[in-house]
Design a protein around this ligand. Structure first.
Ligand SMILES: Cc1ncc(COP(=O)(O)O)c(C=O)c1O
Length: 426
């Protein structure tokens, strides 16, 4: 099983058999409130009628069309709808089937773009400590989670990392963006000085690092990265696999922080998690750099059998319609204050050493049990599940990211379940 304690699971399986709106149903018939939008992806809640209907209809009408040298209308329609809600300047789309594939695609676009412009000496990729960019070789190379990297050899060469921005001693219990640490963006200047800008293709960061435990950047940090990358001709890639499609109360993290990258990586919420799909957005300048040479030649040697799959495209269109009809891309902003107050009411509960929040994302960091990292948070996860609440843990951090349809009373319920779990565990 993926990212699972296999032996523990098989001794005591936790199985879902159905889902509707905010709740899962377990194999023993219990209702479980989804505090994590599945895996940060079911932003509109479960089994939404428009999406269910679109998938069925599309399967009957056009189940599959070859992705290479052929097209179908819904992939183009979906690309246009994504561009409509994306920040100005990101106006071309490449489809993939996951966040990991979107990351690989973005990194390859960045390298090939410089080469297409005759600037092929730009081969270095800069990621960030504690970054998560999926599980493929490019993603784990620029990523910064040691357990995801240490078993897998040399990874990509020519990669360097910015420091992460998490600072418990200065920023614990910040509400929203933490005050300290903007100067960490200047580490990019140090890396540029070390390697020379002429060797650096791109910098990739998550606007808010999600999987590593909700690390929120200080005000001005992403703007500073944008300034430095622009100054040196380095592409800036935002990995918005989690922050995209309304999670922060804005359509994308780029909107929240008012910083437009050159490339934006998305997946998860694009289809409400229902059908695997990702989308990588690039600027016209990047797109146009490839559109040279004889017209019968393939311009970019990359793509997947399922890129822009018709059923995934139909699911994506129905998802974006649902978000629009229900105002979900900005609902997180309406709930943010209630969410923040509820989360921070956990201050002072047993084991809690930090609480963080932004949009409809929250994290509660726990003091690890000495010599047994991750055990305390895993116990909280099991306890909450027994109570009927799905939470997620990473290391000793509880991360919460409910569907954007959650009600205020359900927020209260979810936080009370976490409180009860914290009071129950060792
Ligand atoms: C920021 C980020 N990038 C990439 C990924 C990988 O996505 P996937 O699991 O769909 O490959 C994730 C998954 O959580 C993510 O959070």
């Amino acid at each position: 099983m993926p990212f699972t304690a296999n032996r523990q699971f098989k001794k005591s399986p936790r199985m879902f058999v159905a889902a509707k709106d905010m709740h899962y149903t377990t194999s023993d018939g219990r209702q479980v409130l989804d505090g994590t939008a599945g895996l940060w992806c079911v932003n509109a809640g479960h089994a939404r009628p428009k999406i269910v209907e679109a998938i069925g209809k599309q399967a009957a009408e056009l189940d599959y069309a070859p992705a290479f040298q052929m097209g179908h209308p819904k992939a183009f329609e979906l690309a246009n709808r994504i561009v409509d809600i994306a920040p100005d300047g990101l106006d071309h789309v490449l489809f993939t089937n996951s966040g990991s594939e979107s990351v690989e695609t973005a990194l390859k676009v960045a390298l090939a773009y410089h080469r297409a412009k005759g600037d092929g000496s730009r081969f270095r990729l800069i990621g960030r400590e504690r970054g998560y960019h999926g599980v493929n070789f490019g993603g784990i190379s620029v990523g910064g989670i040691v357990s995801n990297r240490k078993m897998f050899g040399t990874l990509l060469t020519g990669v360097d990392h910015l420091p992460h921005t998490h600072n418990l001693s200065k920023n614990a219990f910040s509400r929203g963006e933490p005050a300290n640490g903007v100067e960490l963006a200047d580490e990019l200047e140090r890396i540029v000085t070390l390697h020379d800008a002429s060797t650096i293709a791109a910098v990739i960061v998550e606007p808010v690092a999600g999987s590593t435990g909700v690390l929120i950047p200080p005000p001005g940090y992403l703007k500073r990265l944008r300034e430095i990358t622009k100054k040196h001709g380095i592409l800036l890639i935002f990995d918005e696999v989690i922050t995209g499609y309304g999670r922060l109360g804005t359509p994308f993290g780029a909107d929240y922080f008012d910083v437009v990258p050159d490339i934006m990586v998305t997946a998860k919420g694009l289809t409400n998690g229902v059908i695997p799909m990702g989308a990588v957005l690039v600027s016209a300048e990047i797109h146009d750099a490839f559109m040279t040479g004889p017209e019968h030649l393939i311009e970019f040697f990359h793509g997947y059998t399922y890129s822009g799959n018709p059923i995934a495209s139909a699911a994506g269109l129905a998802t974006l319609e649902t978000y629009k009809e229900e105002g979900l891309l900005t609902r997180g902003a309406e709930l943010a204050k209630v969410w923040e107050d509820a989360l921070h009411s956990l201050k002072g509960e047993p084991h809690v050493i930090d609480i963080r929040n932004i949009g409809l994302v929250g994290a509660i960091e726990l003091e690890p049990i000495a010599g047994q990292p991750t055990k305390r948070a895993f116990s909280a996860f099991l306890n909450a599940f027994e109570q009927g609440y799905l939470i997620r843990t990473t290391g000793d951090i509880i991360a919460l990211s409910p569907p954007l349809i959650i009600s205020e009373s359900q927020i209260g319920e979810l936080i009370d379940a976490v409180r009860k779990a914290l009071r129950s565990i060792d």
